[in-house]
Design a binder for this molecule. Structure first.
Ligand SMILES: Nc1nc2c(ncn2[C@@H]2O[C@H](COP(=O)(O)OP(=O)(O)OP(=O)(O)O)[C@@H](O)[C@H]2O)c(=O)[nH]1
Ligand SMILES: [Mg+2]
Length: 433
């Protein structure tokens, strides 16, 4: 697939050819393989590379020495020369030996998908926690690939794959890296301790927490901004958001909850990165409800949802109650919208439509308010009435014929009710789930 012509006058510094090996199961799923490569193009562009061409090879298994076959290496070499490219990016993770062999044969910088993602994260990291996490992930990735490499890593030079907080450390030896990893873990633990205290306070205050999760570019930050007037960076690119942002959201009932935006997921998310970002993603584990935001207009919607489910499982958050938000419905025809469905609760909407945002808030409200109870109170008990309005949302109200008793159907906030509702218990007449 040809991407750019030779006529490009102003050459960017890092000119890349992207390479993909289609092997094993993937050979029978051509669409998936093509999508992965297409995503690699986006990742490369997000990282600031100029993508000149992509090539892929169909092969039963990976070659241990070069990943791709010997013949394909020759083809790639000619291509790199023709384009005057100085970097080859592989869609599959490479071993240290494969990187060295490819570098020797091709005489360009070699990086893989994992390094590309780590590089984007390194460019994006802004908070102390984010920076520490990215460096930890970079070094964890690097360490097992150092073996047999001898003296140092100077071959990497600067630029892609070496940017960010890990950069200066790449020149150091394994022992040094191990020490640095231990130090980073210590510092992260300290940050995590602070976050935990903060979260504890929030939990004790009884505020309901909702986390936005989803594939990168699904529209999580857009939703946070539109719902809460936050000012989070929104871009039509991968991994626009790195650090979690929490904002208060007022539901139509007047009740406030906390909504948190999180880093997007992607297929083949480097394991080291998931591990390093575990602390950030703890927000997800703490949430009372997860909003799984889906880009309905993506042809790979189902696959992206599966990736999100996988990462949630890895985080141990797959059992949490979840509401699927099929976002961006404005981008697809009405008859296709009907196909959007998920097991469990879901809503089809567009973050661009005010009416849809209101529907989402109402849905959140009913999902978060637990169950419904009916109370019958003496009309004279103003104290109990006030309490009742505090522990839930009144859905319906009736007055007895004699006007001395009031009946309420109330959508109960379980936590509030457990804490403050004991005075109301004698007045419950029916309970529905
Ligand atoms: N047409 C349309 N575009 C949307 C909608 N929601 C979000 N977008 C666009 O989709 C792109 C990605 O939105 P973001 O909110 O940055 O997505 P994100 O899920 O936060 O992405 P990451 O932070 O990269 O994980 C932006 O260009 C948004 O303007 C929607 O409902 N309709
Ligand atoms: Mg975002």
């Amino acid at each position: 697939m040809k991407i750019a012509s030779h006529e490009v006058v102003a050459k960017r510094e890092e000119r890349a050819v992207l390479v993909s090996l289609v092997s094993g199961e993937l050979r029978r799923q051509a669409e998936l393989a093509a999508y992965s490569l297409q995503e690699l193009v986006l990742l490369a562009e997000t990282a600031g590379l100029e993508v000149l061409e992509t090539i892929s090879q169909n092969r039963e298994t990976a070659d241990t020495k070069w990943l791709i076959g010997k013949g394909k290496v020759e083809e790639l070499k000619a291509l790199l020369l023709a384009h005057d490219a100085n970097i080859a990016v592989f869609d599959q993770e490479l071993s240290g030996a494969q990187v060295r062999n490819l570098e020797e044969s091709l005489d360009v910088k070699i990086i893989d998908r994992t390094q590309l993602i780590l590089d984007i994260f390194a460019q994006r990291a802004k908070t102390r926690e984010g920076i520490l996490q990215v460096e930890l992930a970079q070094l964890s990735y690097l360490l097992p690939r150092l073996s047999g490499q001898g003296k140092n890593l100077s071959r990497l030079g600067g630029g892609i794959g070496t940017r960010g907080p890990g950069e200066t450390k790449l020149e150091t030896d394994r022992r040094h890296i191990r020490e640095r990893i231990a130090e980073l873990k210590r510092q992260l633990q300290e940050v995590v301790r602070h976050r935990t205290l903060h979260r504890e306070r929030r939990r004790k205050s009884g505020i309901v927490q909702v986390a936005l999760v989803g594939y990168t570019n699904a529209g999580k930050s857009t939703l946070l901004n539109r719902l809460t007037n936050a000012d989070v960076y929104v871009q039509n690119q991968l991994f626009a958001t790195l650090d979690p942002t929490s904002r208060a959201l007022k539901l139509p009932s007047g009740k406030e909850i906390v909504l948190t935006d999180t880093v997007g997921f992607i297929q083949h998310l480097p394991h080291d990165l998931v591990a390093a970002f575990r602390a950030t993603l703890e927000e997800v584990n703490e949430a009372n409800l997860i909003l799984h935001v889906v880009d309905s207009s993506s042809a790979m919607r189902e696959e992206q949802m599966a990736v999100v489910a996988e990462v949630l499982e890895e985080l141990g958050a797959h059992q949490k109650s979840c509401l699927v938000v099929f976002n961006k419905t404005d981008l697809i025809p009405a008859n296709e919208q009907e196909l959007l469905a998920a097991t469990g609760d879901y809503i089809r909407m567009s973050a661009m439509e005010d009416a849809d945002l209101e529907r989402l808030k109402l849905l959140l409200q009913s999902r978060l308010s637990g169950h419904t109870l009916t109370f019958r109170l003496p009309a004279a008990r103003g104290d109990l009435l006030a309490l009742l309005y505090r522990v839930g949302d009144v859905i319906a109200q009736r007055t007895s014929e004699e006007n001395d008793m009031l009946e309420f159907d109330v959508s109960i906030n379980d936590e509030d009710y457990a804490k403050n509702g004991h005075l109301l218990v004698p007045f419950v007449v029916t309970a529905t789930a």
